[in-house]
Ligand binder design. Structure first.
Ligand SMILES: [Zn+2]
Length: 215
């Protein structure tokens, strides 16, 4: 795909940023994380793929998506996955006029839909503002970045998503994936769901158990 190699080179540089994060201690495990949902497009297929493999994961939910699809947020929690916050409407954080209101609205939407208080936070685009970072800590939300990804915000096929993701799988990897295409360059997130059987099989072949974030 034209431009893909160049995109990967850019991603390789981002990969070396200090924000990269692994499970601590790494252990024989990996954490699959899904951002931007819940979304009827692909969240049900992602949940089915995880269920089929007996795997647990973490979903970083967008407040407006939870308000639009509370039943899907409830389903994520009911199946034993962890939930984190990923802002209310996925805007750049330095565009937020009122970060506290954004956290309040997102947390309330998740609580209404799932009965859970989110304990993790991942900023949209992986970029905090000073205000939102301080707010995150004030609320005792653990900031979570990643150490691997499937490059699945791009319109690439499932086999490519799996290739890119599997390359990154090692003890402690936190893998960034998406169960919604709403804020991405592609029109559907289903290719991510379709890549999951291969990603989960590769993790297990390496002796790595896919776990939800948590204690
Ligand atoms: Zn996102």
């Amino acid at each position: 795909m034209p431009g893909f190699r160049q995109q990967l080179d850019t991603l390789e540089r981002w990969r070396r940023l200090p924000a990269l994060e692994e499970l601590d201690p790494p252990g024989a495990r990996v954490a699959l994380t899904f951002d931007d949902g819940p979304d009827p497009d692909a969240t049900p297929a992602v949940l089915e793929a995880l269920e089929a493999a007996g795997a647990r994961a973490t979903f970083f939910l967008v407040g407006e998506q939870v308000e639009a699809h509370p039943e899907l947020a409830r389903e994520i929690a009911a199946r034993g996955h962890a939930v984190g916050m990923h802002s209310h409407s996925h805007v750049e954080q330095d565009q937020l006029s009122d970060p506290r209101a954004d956290f309040d609205a997102t947390g309330a939407a998740i609580r209404r839909a799932t009965g859970l208080d989110a304990t993790f936070y991942r900023p949209p685009f992986g970029r905090f503002s000073e205000d939102t970072y301080a707010e995150c800590l004030r609320r005792r939300l653990a900031p979570v970045y990643w150490s691997g990804w499937g490059c699945d915000w791009e319109p690439i096929p499932p086999a490519r998503i799996a290739d890119v993701a599997v390359r990154d799988l090692e003890p402690g990897t936190i893998l960034l994936l998406h169960d919604s295409a709403r804020y991405a360059y592609r029109s559907s997130a289903l290719p991510t769901a379709q890549a999951l059987p291969d990603i989960l099989a590769a993790a297990r072949q390496r002796g790595l158990e896919p776990v939800a974030l948590g204690p």
